[in-house]
Design a protein. Structure first.
Length: 199
């Protein structure tokens, strides 16, 4: 029983890190929203501090997820996957994986409201892969500006300043894989130029 509990608690850190990375938040952002110190959050994510209910509840509220998603509730015998969409500022993320650590997969839907805003580039730990299903996505990576359409893919180290939004004000859907490592995909995106017309 103790080993089962240890395994559950050990899996919390990677879940917290993946959630923060998916939302492009810094430890400082989460600290300001939750009231938990940056050092405590960092130790939680690295596994140096054991989580407790008093800490996990405000973190779950910040990320907008049920507490079971942070601790990995035990299986109930029901084989169905109950997807819980996460909505935040015109973005909807549907988790496609539930395992702790490793690569996390999400279906992302952007409603187009961010188009025309000045890119607010973010950096965080990890590596991200994007595959466009429908619509056009504008992806800014450092000094480069790309437009990706259906069937195109991109990969990048999230230490590189990055930002993405709808390229044309319409809804865009894509698969996002986020993790620390894994097999790389080939980048197939065209640079955005002044005369490029989004689809």
């Amino acid at each position: 029983m103790t080993s089962d509990l240890d395994a559950v608690l050990d899996a919390v850190g990677p879940r917290l890190r993946a959630l923060r990375g998916q939302r492009n938040l810094t430890l400082g952002d989460v600290s300001a929203a939750s009231g938990i110190s940056v050092s405590t959050l960092s130790r939680l994510e690295s596994g140096q501090r054991r989580p407790n209910l008093e800490i996990l509840l405000p973190i779950a509220q910040v990320y907008g997820v049920p507490l079971d998603d942070l601790v990995g509730a035990p299986p109930t015998g029901d084989p169905r996957i109950h997807l819980r969409p996460i909505r935040h500022h015109g973005k909807t993320a549907i988790p496609l994986t539930r395992r702790p650590g490793g690569v996390q997969a999400f279906k992302m839907v952007l409603d187009g409201t961010a188009r025309g805003t000045e890119p607010d580039l973010q950096v965080h730990e990890g590596y991200e892969w994007l595959y466009i299903l429908n619509g056009s996505l504008r992806l800014v990576l450092g000094d480069s500006d790309f437009v990706l359409g259906p069937g195109e893919a991109a990969e990048f180290d999230t230490h590189t300043p990055h930002w993405f939004a709808s390229a044309n004000g319409r809804s865009v859907e894509f698969i996002s894989l986020f993790g620390q490592q894994g097999e790389r995909m080939h980048v197939r995106a065209r640079p955005k130029t002044s005369n490029a017309q989004p689809e």
